[in-house]
Structures are given as C-alpha cells and as structure tokens.
Design a protein around this ligand. Structure first.
Ligand code: M6R
Length: 584
C-alpha cells in the first residue's frame, strides 16, 4: 500500500502536505515523491528512502504552491528505485499522477501505448501515458481521467495534477481516498488523521467516485453508476490521536492506549453488539474472516462462539474460496480488519455477497465498512505502528462480546469487563515491567523462540509470535502445547527458549507439557497468574474471566516491543512490511 495526500486551495499547500505525508508514512516507507504546481510547470521531486530524508535532500520545505500531491510508496510493482517512486509523468510533462493500488492489466495497456516513453517499471506509469494519449486525441482532462479509469482493472485510487487545469482530479476504487473540506481549500488523502489538524469535515469516498477538486470547491460523480452517499461527516478525532506525543514510538503509545480503551468499554453503548448477536444467534453457521493478526481474532471469536453453542469457523480471507460449495445463504459472516482495506478479505467479499455480514473494523469509511450490514467500529483510533496491538485486543473483546450476548450472557460479559479492568490496573506494575525487560534481554540474542499454550492461550501464543517476528526479526513459532510432543519436541535443547502461556483453565495440562520441554533441557519464560516451578523466568499476567487474553496479549506486545528496541530496530517501521496489505 502507499499513502497519498493532495491539497488545492488558497493557502500554501506545502506545509500542509509535509505534515500530512509524515503522518502517512506508516502506509509505506520505501520512497517519497511529490508533484508541485508552479508557474513554470510541474516540479517533480522524488527519491528512495525515508520521507524526511528525501524531503531534506530536496529541501521541499522551501517550495510554495497552492496545489500539490505528495506520495509515500511501498513497492509492489517494480523495485525500490528512484524512477519507480511516484508521481509518474507523461511524455510531455503536462500531467503528474500519484497512485495507490494495482493495475492488473498494465502489460496490455502499456503495449497499446507503443510510442510513449516509459521510464519506470511500475504499473502506475500507464496511467499518465493513457491520460496523455486521450488528451492528445482532444479529450478534456476530466474525460481523459474518466476513460482511463474505465480501462484499468484492479483496485486503484489515483490523483492527477494537470498543469493546464486549475483542478486536481482524483478517482477511487479499492484503495482508500477521503476528501477533507477545510476553510481555504480541500484535501484528498489516504486517511483522515493526515489532515485532521486543519479540518474534521470529511467525505468518505466510494468506489467509482471521481472528484474534481477546485481551488474553492469540489464536485463528485460516480463513474460506476453507484448511488452513493456524499454527505459531509464530522469526525471526532483530534490531531493528538495521530501523533506520538511523549512516546518514542507509535507502537508503545498504542500499547499503552489499551489501558484507557478497556476502561471506556465499561460505559460503552453496545447497541450494535446486541444487533450483531441477534444475527449470529439465528445463523446456520458463523464464519469469522481475517488476515494476520485479525485472523487470530477470528480464531478466538470462533472458539468462544463454539463454546457458547454456536457453530462457527475461522477462515483466512484467501482461503474462503475453498468453502464456496458449502456456504449457505443462512450463514453469517463476521469480517475482522483493522484497516478495512486488506486485499485478501476484500477479494473474498463477492463469494458472500448474499450473506449477512458484520464488520469489526477500526478504520471508519474504509472499503470493508461499506460492504457489511452491521458495522462495529472498534474505536481504537488511528493505529500507525505496522504491528497491530490495540486493534487486536479491542476487536477480540468485541467478538467475545458478540458471542456472549448471543448466548444470553450479557451480564456475565459486563461483569468480566469490570474484572478485566481490575486486572489491567495491576498489569503494568514495576515487578511485571522489569520481568518483561529481563525476558527481552534474554530473547534479543536468540535466533528462535517458541510460544506455547493451549486453548485461547495458544491463540495468544500465535499472536505473540507474530508480534515478535514482525518487530524483532527473530524466528518465533507458536505451537499448541499439546502438539509439541508430536514432533517439535525434537528441536528442544538447553539452548531453546519457549514463552509459555498458562491460565486457570489450561494450567494442569499445559504444565504437564512444559515438564516435557524442561526434561529435555528447554528454558521456559512463563506468562501466567502464578509462578510455577517449571518456569525459568516469570511474567505475571492476571488473566481471569472471559477477557483474560487481553492482559496476556499486552505482555507479549511489550515483550516484542522491548526486544525490538534492544536490537536497535524501529518497531514502527519494520523492514519489508506495510500497515495494510492491499496486494494479493
Ligand atoms: O488491517 P487488517 O487487520 O485487515 O490487516 C491484516 C494483517 O495484514 C495485519 O494484521 C498484519 O498481520 C499486522 N502487521 C499484524 O501486526
């Protein structure tokens, strides 16, 4: 995925866009580029490297213009090279295009543009040349963009700057694009936090929308003939939500935010959870769909639903195709996603177009929110660190609430939320923090770490292993403690470390399995409410009630974060990763 932000208005666009693109860097950090409108034509500056490095190299802060587009790239098509950074221009240097998405039929389109001179390896470059081709045949810029949009396949949102036009033209399909309406001009951006300091009035664009963004106003038409809502919404988000504040990294800020977020759930209005529970209760089968961390939420939700007598299955988005012959119209789907833009999930949606869908999604206005019947906003606020933390625990709490409400256990659920908050209060005490530090100190030098647990402890082990992999580059593998004896035990020696999750309901069986590890010389870092003889190191996690997984998860997030810091890695921007995965 990539990040795009553009401004057209009466103010100087550059300070706005510098701030905005730094804010969008979580969406991609391979290279930065910009197109700045000027009296002498379009100025293009682009290079590989982190946003601030490229900005400083080309002294972008010294430019001034009322109209510009900035872009930060996560390479999908074409390597990390300056030529592949956006924006792309046409042969005559009349237009510049910044794009977020994938053009599936780029090869045939490129071939049809035989005489045009391409300088990059990207799919994006066909856009600037296609538009140029249409302009050369007499089209005006709006028709040229519209016809280009109709020719491309795949999910693509892009913004066009034409030096002969006062307007910026943008189209949205698949990848996110929102319109921000400010006092002296307007923004187009991949997300709201990137411009929220200047306006909280937004239009969440829909697929097929074409925006003509003038200096004073805008028009929106839908190129896919969809009847969509273009009302202006007022977002309840302040700039501080999108900033690190006093924290060194977004990841630690987002981990710590969970304490207040869990507390605020105690007074939440669960109207949409109640509606979702009604749907779930009457379903033939409930499928929970997610990817990565969100798939772990799906696993947890499916387990809690089954325990409450409701048939359910967790499926990774890309795997739903294998269920196509068994899905019935009476099945209900719970779609889980932080970003609401994950391609593996979006691509699965046509398979379930006739089914009722509940969305547990963090990003308001995102593609998936428009595809569900009941949208449960988890209200985690912007999650900027690549590793998902607060949205994991919040969405996991929401799936658990749906299951318990559906089983008629609303009072028990609300009581357990209170218990969770008592446990949260005792979670990050100095003894626990220093135990996490010691464990991270041990882990930082290892090449492999196992995460063990049974039942929901195993699901938290999966999530803990994923977090450690992402931000510390250590090979971490979660294995069900009961499965360990079926093969992986062969790997154990006195050099092996395993992080073991133990809770009340799993204690006896897991401890039995841990003895088998211990007997072969393995070292165990226990995460549990009680210290056990089998543990070599111990981190206390009070984990009672239906939401006990939250405290376990926060400890594992902190363990990953601390290990990352000790290894000198920036946990917010791990190599090779992007925050939302919009590729197949
Ligand atoms: O935005 P989504 O929740 O749909 O994203 C799914 C995964 O790409 C995401 O959870 C990924 O695994 C995270 N980097 C995990 O920390």
């Amino acid at each position: 995925m990539c990040g795009i932000i553009a401004y057209n208005g009466q103010d100087d666009a550059i300070p706005y866009l510098l701030e905005g693109i730094r804010n969008l860097e979580y969406r991609g950090y391979d290279s930065f580029g910009c197109a700045i409108d000027s009296p002498v034509g379009i100025i293009i500056k682009k290079d590989i490297g982190r946003v601030d490095d490229v900005i400083n190299k080309y002294k972008i802060q010294n430019f001034s213009s009322n109209k510009a587009i900035f872009h930060t790239r996560w390479a999908t098509h074409g390597g990390v090279k300056t030529e592949n950074a956006h924006p792309m221009i046409d042969c005559m240097h009349r237009i510049a295009v910044a794009h977020n998405g994938i053009i599936e039929n780029w090869a045939e389109l490129k071939e049809s543009l035989g005489t045009h001179k391409f300088i990059s390896d990207t799919d994006t470059e066909v856009l600037s040349h296609l538009i140029e081709e249409k302009l050369s045949r007499g089209s005006d810029i709006q028709s040229a963009v519209k016809d280009t949009f109709n020719q491309i396949k795949g999910s693509s949102s892009f913004i066009v700057l034409d030096k002969q036009s006062e307007d910026l033209i943008a189209v949205k399909k698949g990848s996110p694009l929102v319109l921000g309406i400010a006092k002296n001009g307007n923004f187009l951006s991949s997300d709201v936090p990137s411009f929220v300091r200047h306006t909280n009035k937004v239009v969440y664009l829909s697929d097929g929308d074409m925006v003509v963004l003038g200096k004073r106003g805008y028009t929106i038409t839908n190129l896919m003939n969809r009847d969509v809502n273009h009302d202006v919404s007022t977002v309840n988000l302040s700039a501080k939500h999108a900033e690190k504040g006093d924290y060194e990294h977004f990841m630690i800020k987002e981990i710590m935010e969970q304490l207040a977020q869990m507390k605020s759930l105690e007074s939440a209005d669960f109207g949409n959870v109640t509606r979702a529970a009604e749907l779930v209760k009457n379903a033939k089968l409930v499928y929970l769909i997610g990817a990565g961390t969100s798939y772990h939420t799906a696993l947890l939700g499916a387990k809690v639903l089954r325990e409450n007598g409701i048939k359910s299955a967790a499926v990774q988005g890309q795997d739903l195709i294998t269920y196509r012959n068994v899905i019935s119209e009476d099945d209900v789907f719970i779609v889980i996603s932080q970003s609401g833009e994950t391609a593996d999930i979006i691509n699965a949606m046509p398979l379930i177009s006739k089914n009722k869908k509940i969305g547990i999604i963090n990003s308001e206005g995102s593609t998936l929110t428009k595809d569900v019947d009941i949208f449960i906003p988890i209200d985690a606020g912007p999650e900027k660190a690549v590793a998902s933390t607060k949205s994991f625990t919040l969405s996991s709490v929401y799936v658990t609430l749906i299951a318990m409400f559906a089983a008629g256990k609303k009072e028990e659920a609300l009581r357990d939320l209170k218990l969770l908050n008592i446990n949260m209060y005792n979670l990050l005490v100095p003894s626990v923090l220093s135990a996490i530090d010691k464990a991270a100190e041990k882990i930082k030098g290892l090449e492999d770490v196992f995460f063990l647990g049974r039942d929901s402890d195993y699901i938290m082990a999966l999530e803990g292993a994923l977090k450690l992999k992402e931000v510390s580059y250590i090979h971490a593998e979660a294995i069900d403690a009961a499965t360990f004896k079926h093969g992986p035990l062969a790997l154990i020696s006195d050099k092996t470390y395993a992080v073991a999750l133990v809770s009340e309901s799993t204690r006896n069986d897991t401890l039995y399995n841990l003895q088998e590890v211990k007997a072969r010389g393995g070292n165990i870092i226990g995460v549990s409410d009680k210290n056990e003889n089998v543990f070599d190191m111990f981190i206390r996690a009070q984990n009672g009630g239906a939401f006990g997984f939250v405290t376990q998860s926060i400890i594992l997030q902190l363990l990953a974060y601390k290990t990352s810091i000790l290894k000198g890695i920036n946990p917010d921007r791990p190599k090779n990763l992007a925050k939302a995965v919009t590729t197949k």
